[in-house]
Ligand binder design. Structure first.
Ligand code: NI
Length: 408
């Protein structure tokens, strides 16, 4: 019997059997990096300590990288010895303006700021992926860019990074990213083809009436009455203007008006958010919002000032790459029930800008562990996740890179 040594099956290659133990051995490091980043949370475009930490690691591992992209963003480049695709991994690195309520040794040392969404975990996973790939450059097919992105929580670091050329030279052919996800239990992965997260938009509205005495309404234009009718009527957009099989949200989050019990308010201030998945709703919803506002104001003799801003588009996965992530995730979680296709959320995410430019996949890595008290929702002052996901995240990234890199 003769053996043919196929490079992709040799014991030294990035084949599946030897990836896991090597990545599991990285787990103490992954936890240490995550906790160090967790201790020093920084808000969007201010991630200087975080960026220094990342750059120091990349430097120590001799991984070429560029800093200062969109202020605090970094891209690392790992060139494999074998030919293949140019792939990117994206991790967001920013924290939130929340006071941490956890009493853990690695709690936030920055008052009023906290990694309450798990981006500290994303950064550690991306560092672990960079480290692993750099150790296996001889067997790696293609080139991998690791993108450390600032300001996902707002105002958004993906778009300026793209504008500064992070997807070019060499041109990225596919991109993958993940979010640790306490809406799913540890040991599960949420991945689907098509829309995973919603488009996110914001509007502010001022209704201008005519103030006056609370006992003499006939002399006034009551901005509270006008605004109230608008709040109710806006709900008919989802109920009556959108295909019931397409999901959308119109939420009014603020309503401020009035100064006294016997005063008719001169003006009222509202703000809200709009969420949807289907690209055709991008124009329909704002048009309906303005036409409802204009009609109701007109009928009362009031006027309005509307400011409507599109924040992030919907996060839409390429079917082929979503299938790749799904098949890799099946092997990593080791149970068919572990891969969850019904995981869409109306949350927004600026990974969407990368996915508009390059086919790719964004997925959720289940990180809740109620038995350890790690199940608070994202953005909660007690948010924390099961750090077992760190090695799982690296393993999924590495396996996806290997599976698609040598598939040119
Ligand atoms: Ni997040």
């Amino acid at each position: 019997m003769t053996f043919t040594i196929n490079s992709s099956n040799s014991p030294n290659s990035l084949t599946l059997d030897n990836i896991r133990p090597q990545i599991k051995a990285l787990q103490p490091e992954l936890v240490a990096w995550r906790r160090r980043i967790h201790q020093r949370p920084e808000l969007g475009f201010q991630e200087e300590l975080t960026a220094d930490f990342i750059a120091q690691k990349l430097q120590a591992w001799s991984i070429p990288h560029q800093t200062g992209i969109a202020k605090t963003g970094i891209v690392a480049i790992i060139k494999g010895a074998k030919p293949g695709k140019v792939m990117a991994i994206r991790a967001d690195i920013d924290a939130l303006p929340i006071q941490e309520a956890n009493e853990v040794p690695y709690r936030s040392q920055h008052d009023g700021k906290m990694h309450a969404c798990g981006h500290d975990g994303h950064t550690a996973i991306a560092l672990g992926t960079a480290y692993y790939l750099a150790q296996h450059q001889e067997e790696l097919h293609g080139t991998v860019k690791i993108i450390f992105q600032p300001a996902e929580e707002g105002p958004g670091g993906a778009k300026p990074m793209i504008e500064e050329g992070v997807l070019e030279n060499p041109d990225v052919e596919q991109i993958i990213g993940l979010h640790v996800w306490n809406n799913l239990p540890l040991g599960t992965v949420g991945v689907r083809s098509g829309a995973l997260m919603a488009a996110s938009e914001r509007f502010t509205l001022k209704i201008i009436g005519r103030g006056g005495h609370g006992a003499m309404p006939d002399q006034t234009i009551d901005s509270i009455i006008v605004a109230s009718q608008i709040v109710n009527a806006l709900q008919t957009i989802v109920a009556r203007n959108i295909n019931p099989l397409d999901a959308a949200v119109v939420t009014i989050g603020e309503f401020h008006a009035g100064t006294g019990f016997n005063v008719i308010a001169d003006s009222a201030f509202l703000s809200g958010t709009v969420r949807y998945f289907e690209p055709n709703l991008e124009s329909i919803i704002p048009q309906r919002i303005e036409s409802i506002i204009a009609g109701i104001c007109e009928s009362h003799g009031a006027s309005y000032d509307l400011d409507y801003q599109k924040l992030y588009p919907a996060t839409i996965n390429d079917p082929r790459i979503a299938e790749l992530v799904r098949s890799v995730a099946m092997e990593v979680v080791e149970t068919p029930m572990g891969v969850v296709p019904e995981c869409r959320t109306m949350g927004g995410e600026d990974m969407s800008f990368f996915l508009q430019k390059v086919p790719g996949c964004y997925f959720f890595l289940g990180s809740a562990n109620p038995e350890k008290g790690l199940a608070y929702p994202h953005h909660h002052p007690r948010f924390d996740f099961d750090e077992t996901v760190l090695a799982m995240g690296v393993e999924i990234f590495v396996r996806c890179i290997e599976a698609s890199g040598n598939n040119k």
